[in-house]
Design a protein around this ligand. Structure first.
Ligand SMILES: NC(=O)c1ccc[n+]([C@@H]2O[C@H](COP(=O)([O-])OP(=O)(O)OC[C@H]3O[C@@H](n4cnc5c(N)ncnc54)[C@H](OP(=O)(O)O)[C@@H]3O)[C@@H](O)[C@H]2O)c1
Length: 248
């Protein structure tokens, strides 16, 4: 059943009909091979935040798709910067979404994975302390873990002086976690792009200008151009656009 602000398809097949959750799930789905999907919301003028947070960009249609993408993944990967700044809580799904996962042979909750070079993480943060599934922290060889972190998360070291994300993703696959949803932030997205690890980008464009000040959804050293074909365009009745780009 469709709830809240209607979302409909604009491209490739336009339809004036509101998309219910089943129709949205069919448009995003899971793949039959390892897949890294990145999800961001941006302003029309390319801003990553309003007053420092993504909340000012994310209306109800974005939250709906954001929640569905969490339901569809095996693992939710987030950079330590975004985890700290946005105050990530434990990844919880409502009963309807847990039931969908059970029906599709998935554990009730996705596994949270945090990428950190420094391990400046707080084990008491609810994302760790209250997690329904033991989280994984991807870090590098030399980083020293704060007291208590190993009690609440698996600390996986890949790479000597930097986190080797390709090796990290391989370790996640080894654990059966191959449908990866990355919720940012910009520095992690920049590194994943540079390493050519991004299979898909789901981009919500909020109908507002954030103005000068906020950064872009990607950051870090310059890297080569990657081509990513457009797969669908959805529009919500409040003017929010939802774009999905994916390579073959
Ligand atoms: N609009 C959106 O959809 C959206 C989504 C996410 C975030 N945001 C916004 O983005 C901002 C946060 O950005 P940020 O500059 O802090 O970037 P970030 O990518 O969220 O975090 C950077 C930090 O994460 C860790 N990290 C990221 N990539 C890494 C890599 N390749 N290897 C090792 N560690 C890595 C490092 O943590 P350590 O310091 O622990 O080493 C690094 O200092 C916030 O304003 C947030 O609201 C917006």
């Amino acid at each position: 059943m469709s709830v809240g602000t209607p979302i409909s398809a604009l491209w490739p097949e336009p339809s004036g009909q509101p998309l219910d959750d089943a129709a949205l799930i069919a448009r995003y789905g899971r793949t039959d091979r390892p897949h890294l999907r990145v999800n961001f919301v941006t302003s029309v003028d390319g801003g990553v935040s309003v007053d420092g947070y993504s909340a000012g960009l994310s209306g109800e249609p974005d939250k709906r798709v954001f929640g569905l993408l969490r339901m569809l993944c095996d693992t939710l990967v987030v950079a330590a910067g975004t985890l700290r700044h946005e105050g990530y809580r434990a990844i919880r799904l409502d009963e309807r979404r847990r039931a969908w996962r059970r029906e599709h042979g998935l554990p009730a909750y996705p596994t949270l994975v945090v990428v950190s070079g420094s391990l400046a993480l707080d084990p008491a943060q609810a994302a760790f302390a209250d997690a329904p599934v033991r989280p994984v922290v991807l870090t590098r060889a030399g980083a020293s873990a704060p007291p208590g972190l190993a009690e609440v998360a698996d600390v996986v070291r890949c790479g000597d002086d930097r986190v080797d994300l390709a090796a990290g993703l391989a370790e996640l696959r080894r654990r059966g976690l191959d449908q990866v949803l990355c919720e940012g932030g910009p520095q992690l997205f920049g590194t994943l792009t540079a390493a050519d690890l991004v299979d898909e980008v789901c981009l919500t464009v909020a109908p507002l200008l954030a103005g000068a000040g906020p950064g872009r959804i990607t950051a870090g050293p310059a890297s080569g151009v990657r081509h990513l074909p457009l797969r669908h365009v959805l529009a919500a009745a409040d003017g929010t656009l939802m774009l999905r780009y994916a390579r073959d």
